[in-house]
Design a protein around this ligand. Structure first.
Ligand code: NAG
Ligand code: NAG
Ligand code: NAG
Ligand code: NAG
Ligand code: NAG
Ligand code: NAG
Ligand code: NAG
Ligand code: NAG
Ligand code: NAG
Length: 486
């Protein structure tokens, strides 16, 4: 009997693992940075995705709660007959279905977001979605074409940025990528970056559909179960938060000795990971302790009720999850010259809005989600990485950080000879070539990239490359010939 059961189980498992996923399928890497978008006067930060034929290019903000890929309709910023110019600077681009030959209206489609409060009103359709990969400066973008995918067109609403990549539990774009065999399974990874206005940093982010960028994180990966009942299913438990002053002394916001007004130690709390807002939203008492310890006050400069410090503070804040994973918000994110923190005020004890670890938290964290197993992984993000290493994230497998090769390995694999060959200089370029040679064959670079499309300056890329430590191969000083244009 036992053996029969065993064989049955084994057969089922085997069938599941071999039939369901083809883990030889390469992932789709879509970078997140600022660029020109359709019908907007300014560069906007987001995922480089186009829609329709001819493609109207957009910068889409990833959402872990919404399920649809959405675009601002052509009239989204028309308020009562006049164009709201400020609005056109934040939409992420606009999409005019009338200019697309492949658009099909889906009048009867029911939004899968019914349980959430939409901040915009939208209509549904289907159209070609163009996912652009653009990580090598001197080449144009290559595209992955996702035909006839479900899209939402935001017609009006209150939020500034209705252009969204919906990566919620029922993400239609993820499902469509799987259905079209463009990725191995419903897996997805995100580094949100810091190049957007609120974070006012420089580091760019990335999405990897069906994969993860093993060069983007370091150290141990931490595994968590998704909580499907939550609007943001990626939910963790916070057991401690402490502030480290510049001299290294730590004060826990949970410590009754440090905050005698508390009669008992606060309980650990559940917090949802979200990109829907920038500041963290913490329990009332913890927020009060933060306010009193750092002398903070109410403020609404960014329209998100982020607290502001009265005096400059150059320490950091660390968030400890129940499994010990500790995420430190460095001083330049905690409060810089403007003294505005990424911690939101909370009105009172009875306010029942969920606790949130939001975009400010994700500037420090790499998130990898396995929607097939309903699990996700967190690891410390490498901010300034020079190694883009997209890997297939096979469902039910555990992502592994890229190990920098030892110098001897470069030599032993003959790459130094081949690559240096008198032409290439610079560690970063070698790193990139290493990726290309080893990693990623999907890239089909277009030969004649328009200069306009190459809005990341090569200087910026050099700057990015120079920061991270890398076991260096022997140096060569010549500038690479392909680096120059023409
Ligand atoms: C799995 O994917 C690879 C790469 O896309 C492809 O070459 C191969 O034929 C696929 N195998 C099956 C069984 O579909
Ligand atoms: C990110 O990309 C933008 C271009 O969109 C560029 O200006 C910026 O320097 C990049 N940041 C880094 C750190 O490379
Ligand atoms: C549009 O503007 C007109 C005239 O200013 C005003 O009467 C009307 O209420 C406005 N409608 C909306 C929806 O704001
Ligand atoms: C939607 O918003 C309304 C008003 O803000 C609130 O009462 C309701 O609970 C919200 N629903 C959900 C599902 O969040
Ligand atoms: C959108 O971007 C792609 C990739 O860079 C480019 O080929 C295409 O021409 C762009 N579309 C428009 C309308 O600019
Ligand atoms: C997309 O949908 C249209 C209309 O249903 C159909 O004619 C076309 O073949 C589809 N394209 C693909 C690639 O499935
Ligand atoms: C403060 O916490 C950090 C991180 O846990 C630790 O490295 C440091 O030693 C602590 N400082 C003191 C004074 O305990
Ligand atoms: C940092 O300071 C500059 C200058 O005051 C400000 O523009 C920027 O928004 C600040 N960044 C943050 C995260 O507060
Ligand atoms: C607590 O704050 C919420 C949200 O602002 C508000 O609706 C509620 O009335 C407040 N309750 C008390 C007791 O002040």
């Amino acid at each position: 009997m036992t053996s029969l059961a065993f064989y049955l189980t084994a057969t089922v498992l085997l069938a599941q693992s071999t039939v369901a996923f083809n883990c030889s399928t390469l992932p789709v890497y879509v970078d997140i940075h600022r660029r020109a978008v359709h019908d907007s006067p300014v560069f906007q930060y987001g995922s480089f995705i186009g829609v329709g034929s001819q493609a109207q290019n957009q910068s889409l903000w990833p959402s872990l709660s919404q399920n649809h890929i959405s675009f601002a309709g052509a009239n989204y910023c028309n308020k009562n007959g006049t164009v709201d110019v400020e609005c056109t600077k934040h939409t992420g681009g606009t999409f005019n279905p009338e200019d697309s030959t492949t658009f099909i209206n889906m009048k009867n489609f029911q939004s899968l977001d019914k349980n959430s409060n939409q901040s915009f009103v939208g209509t549904f359709g289907q159209d070609d979605v163009h996912l652009y990969t653009h990580y090598f400066e001197t080449d144009g973008a290559s595209q992955t074409l996702l035909p006839n995918s479900t899209i939402e067109i935001a017609t009006s609403g209150s939020i500034q940025k209705p252009s969204i990549v919906g990566m919620g539990l029922d993400s239609t774009v993820l499902q469509d990528l799987v259905t079209n065999n463009l990725i191995a399974g419903k897996t997805y990874s995100l580094y949100i970056g810091q190049g957007f206005e609120r974070a006012s940093g420089l580091v760019n982010g990335s999405n990897v559909f069906g994969g993860y960028d093993s060069g983007r994180f370091t150290g141990q990966v931490h595994q968590y179960d998704m909580k499907e009942a939550n609007l943001n299913p990626m939910t963790v438990t916070v057991k401690d938060i402490y502030i480290s002053d510049p001299n290294g002394a730590n004060v826990s916001l949970f410590d009754t000795a440090a905050f005698p007004s508390m009669t008992s130690q606060p309980a650990q709390f559940e917090a949802q990971i979200t990109t829907d807002q920038y500041p963290l939203s913490l329990p009332y008492q913890i927020t009060q302790n933060f306010i009193s310890h750092l002398n903070a006050e109410e403020d609404n400069y960014w329209g998100d009720h982020s607290l502001k410090l009265k005096d400059a503070f150059s320490g950091s804040l660390s968030i400890v999850l129940d499994d010990g994973f500790t995420v430190t918000i460095p001083s330049e994110v905690l409060s810089n010259v403007s003294n505005i923190t990424p911690i939101q005020s909370r009105p009172n004890k009875t306010d029942d809005q969920p606790f949130l670890l939001s975009a400010a938290f994700l500037t420090q964290v790499y998130l990898m989600a396995d929607f097939e197993a309903r699990q996700f992984y967190l690891a410390q993000a490498i901010q300034k990485n020079n190694v883009v290493m997209p890997q297939t994230f096979c469902p039910r497998s555990i992502p592994v950080a890229y190990q920098r090769p030892k110098q001897s390995k470069w030599v032993s694999q003959g790459l130094v000879g081949a690559v240096i060959g008198g032409v290439i200089g610079g560690i970063g370029i070698l790193a990139f070539l290493w990726c290309f040679i080893l990693g990623y064959k999907r890239r089909r670079a277009e030969k004649k990239a328009e200069a306009r499309q190459m809005e990341e300056g090569r200087k910026a890329k050099f700057a990015q490359m120079d920061i991270e430590e890398f076991d260096p191969p022997p140096k060569a000083n010549k500038k690479p010939s392909f680096w120059k244009k023409g």
